[in-house]
Design a binder for this molecule. Structure first.
Ligand SMILES: Cc1ncc(COP(=O)(O)O)c(C=O)c1O
Length: 466
């Protein structure tokens, strides 16, 4: 005992690292194996804290759709509930209650026919929520085909080539043929005409996106629904819609309540959104809501014990943090519809002003202006590009020198010749900060123009993941 007491807490080291970790560290730390000995919590904290300082600064991260700022009170609740596992509904019945309230609130926002008895769940994000909505489509189609005594081994799903990567994963993991509608000219999203062209009796559904990841545009859900109605009348093939409202699901109800994209359209059977995007919660929460009980096949549902009773369990993950659901409920309660409208209106104003200013700069043409979700992108105009000595990739690199993360990437299939640059406006990106970014964009252009020896660089391959 005395032996171990007398041992130095940290083993001697051949290497002295004087200031890293606030002078508390005098040894090499293995990076890929667990260290043999313990270290003081303050030292471990400092090592990690210092390393993380090399990350980008989240306020300047205009690439991410994910919330980068929450109020102190929300953070306090998040900290107080860090230990809550969402799946322990019997043990944490009040957290489960808050989840149920959120499900009903979201179903109401999306005009579900009976939001008091809403059918849905919280998830870890939209990817899991899309997976569940997609499984709903596959299971419903398969059950119908089985009942009709028809083959059910070749399902397909119709979507625009602009879908987020989670839909590629869904198709690959569940053995579904993705029928991706490519871009055409200046059409970068799915439209009604193209959706209908790809239907056959093996189509499990159509994915329509409210807020394309590439350019922020809403897809015309109502038009697609009408075209599918007409197609059903002609052919008898009933094709449901899943709306991927990862971003727009928490924008459209506040900014464009007149657009019919949700359960007001009977053909829409399920909708997902990310609580951690325009739901204004830190990363780790999403939502999927089904139109009603009929839209959710019984064999996808598990049941968990809850206060001695029974509760629907629909999820891919078992354990996940309950505190993000608590934070979502905090936002609903704290902000109300008026608060969400005010915050998103302000982000939209920033997006519209900044996009206008960028669009007026000589080198650029706007693709979208941020009037759907507050996300917009631009490209280099053809005339300027003929003699330009920089590309949008170079501009992204130059802006990064000042800390701004403004990604450049090619548009999807069939228009991958078109490189764009995108800004996601979030609550913590004020008009003031937008003005500073604009000055830096102008400065970057001036830099390139005053360095004629510079050559534009182009990148192929998929460096930027949507
Ligand atoms: C349209 C769309 N769908 C799905 C996702 C995936 O969302 P999450 O990151 O919440 O899993 C995203 C993310 O950007 C998205 O934009």
């Amino acid at each position: 005992m005395s032996d171990s007491k007398n041992k130095p807490f940290l083993p001697p080291s051949s290497k002295l690292v004087p200031t890293y970790a606030a002078r508390g560290l005098e040894l090499d730390i293995p990076k890929n194996e667990m260290p043999e000995h313990s270290m003081l919590p303050s030292v471990a904290y400092q090592v990690i804290h210092d390393e993380l300082r090399l990350d980008g600064y989240s306020m300047l991260n205009l690439a991410t759709f994910v919330t980068t700022w929450m109020e102190d009170e929300a953070q306090k609740l998040i900290n107080e509930t860090l230990d809550k596992n969402m799946v322990d509904r019997d043990e944490y019945p009040q957290t489960a209650q808050l989840e149920q309230r959120c499900i009903r609130i979201v179903a109401d926002l999306w005009n579900a026919p009976d939001h008091e008895n809403a059918v849905g769940t919280s998830t870890i994000g939209s990817s899991e929520a899309c997976m569940l909505g997609g499984m709903g489509m596959k299971w419903r189609w398969r059950n119908r085909r089985k009942a009709e005594g028809k083959p059910f081994d070749k399902p397909n799903l119709i979507m625009g080539a602009n879908v987020q990567v989670c839909w590629h994963k869904f198709c690959r993991y569940w053995d579904i043929e993705p029928r991706e509608v490519p871009c055409e000219g200046n059409r970068f999203t799915l439209n009604a005409e193209e959706a209908v062209k790809h239907i056959d009796e093996n189509t499990i559904g159509v994915v329509a996106i409210m807020g394309s990841t590439y350019d922020g545009r809403y897809e015309p859900v109502e038009e697609i629904a009408k075209a599918l109605d007409a197609h059903e009348e002609k052919t008898g093939i009933d094709v449901p819609i899943h709306v991927d409202g990862a971003s727009g699901g928490f924008v459209a109800p506040f900014l464009q309540p007149e657009i019919k994209w949700d359960f007001r359209l009977p053909r829409v059977k399920s909708i997902n959104a990310s609580g951690h995007k325009y739901g204004l919660v830190y990363p780790g929460v999403g939502w999927v809501i089904f139109r009603d009980k009929d839209a959710l096949p019984e064999d996808l549902v598990f049941h968990v014990k809850y206060l001695g009773g029974d509760m629907l369990d629909l999820s891919i993950n078992f354990s996940r943090p309950g505190n993000r659901v608590v934070a979502q409920y905090y936002n609903f309660l704290r902000l109300g519809r008026e608060g969400y409208r005010r915050i998103h209106e302000s982000s939209r104003n920033v997006a519209l002003s900044l996009s206008k200013m960028i669009g007026e700069l000589e080198p650029f043409d706007l693709i979208t202006d941020g009037s759907d979700i507050p996300v917009f992108c631009w490209t280099m105009n053809d005339d300027y590009a003929k003699t330009a000595n920089f590309s949008l990739f170079d501009l992204a690199d130059k802006l990064r020198e000042r800390g701004w993360l403004v990604p450049a990437y090619p548009m999807p299939q069939n228009r991958s010749d078109l490189v764009v640059q995108r800004i996601v406006v979030k609550e913590d990106f004020s008009m003031d900060v937008a003005g500073m970014l604009f000055e830096d964009i102008k400065r970057a252009i001036e830099y390139f123009e005053s360095h004629p020896e510079n050559k534009p660089t182009f990148r192929t391959g998929n460096q930027f993941h949507h």
